[in-house]
Design a protein around this ligand. Sequence first.
Ligand SMILES: Cc1cc2nc3c(=O)[nH]c(=O)nc-3n(C[C@H](O)[C@H](O)[C@H](O)COP(=O)(O)OP(=O)(O)OC[C@H]3O[C@@H](n4cnc5c(N)ncnc54)[C@H](O)[C@@H]3O)c2cc1C
Length: 391
Amino acid sequence: MRKRFHKGTQVGVVILGAGPAGLVLGNLLLDRGVDCVILERRGRAAVEGRARAGFLAANSVRLLAENGLGAGVLTRGRAHGTCLFRSDRGEFTLDYGKLGQGETHTVYPQQELVRDLVAEFLRRGGDLRFEAEAEEISQGRVRVRGGAEVAGRYVAGCDGHRGVARRVLAARGVRTDRWDHGVSWLAVLVQAPPSLAAVGYALHERGFAGHMARTESVTRYYLQCPRGTDSSDWSEDRIWAELATRMRTTEFGPLHEGAVLEKAVVDLRSDVLETPGSEQLWLAGDAAGLISPSAAKGANLAVLQAELLARALHGALARGDEHGLARYAADCLPRVWRAHEFSHWMSTLLHGPADGGAEARYGRALQYARLDSLRTSRAHQDFFAENYTGI
Ligand SMILES: Cc1cc2nc3c(=O)[nH]c(=O)nc-3n(C[C@H](O)[C@H](O)[C@H](O)COP(=O)(O)OP(=O)(O)OC[C@H]3O[C@@H](n4cnc5c(N)ncnc54)[C@H](O)[C@@H]3O)c2cc1C
């Protein structure tokens, strides 16, 4: 039977953050009869309008569908199974949906997924409080900006990379292992149909450029840029000119241009918490570890971790059995590290060295050797496909 949270009582789980991790977790907990409340720092419109990810792995889609959360992604998402690599040595396409495990992505903008998950959480009778920023966590109690306090048997930190949950764990001495990929991307969302049928990865001596479909009329592009770049230095004209150069449109054909809807600089950094929680505080998604967007894994890891955490919390609350929570780290971390390993590999494939010395020449030659191996070796292609779509 589904229970409801009543003001003044202690809920089973206080969830911080209404991103993919918090919303999947909240929906799964409600479905298993666990009381929970979601506290979200931003307003509803901001949460539902935040464009980020777009490529969902087959496992994420299965998990959403099996838990009654897949109506939107199954009807409006589009299967996607090809990617294209372009450089001064030509281009080639990998039909990754037919390689490896034969799995594809589903293209579905993150903000639409978030909208679906908010609607379903509310339909299931969930308590979701917008503009409720968690400031402090002390055991099961969360103090919200403005002074209110919400108490839970457990707290789930799904409040992203800059949230309060990971700060609390850090203060408890939990180690963070991290890597700075040393590059940044100007992430641009444009009002224009995709220019390619495939995901596009262009290697260029001026830096990497990427192309990813979002919808039939919106496309995401990426341009590698130096650390410290200010997005306001990039006018629409400059963005399109640079994309044209790096994507070699003279040779391979023009891009569909349109108005720039959003532009932001993303520093490519990755980190993983040594353990994603302890005692009453457990983390999922970007809060537990940030992964660079080079292999489109972040939202997928968030969905996966939310499902594992929902099972563990349900076991603890329904049966008083905390073994699942004790195993949560062991369940998550090997998969998280597999995703990081592939994401790191992708980053070394996409980004060439910055300057022109002997080491840069060596690094560039390795980059091309990797690309050539991917173009010609079936074993390498299977490795790519399995890791690109797997989680
Ligand atoms: C440009 C870009 C492209 C990407 N593309 C992909 C892709 O194609 N595929 C993919 O899998 N991943 C992709 N990602 C990564 C993906 O978007 C993230 O990994 C994903 O959003 C993580 O979900 P989350 O729920 O853990 O965190 P978030 O989505 O960050 O949600 C956290 C929520 O917590 C709220 N919050 C923060 N602090 C507090 C607080 N103190 N109290 C209450 N609420 C709080 C925030 O407002 C936010 O709503 C991309 C990321 C970027 C930046």
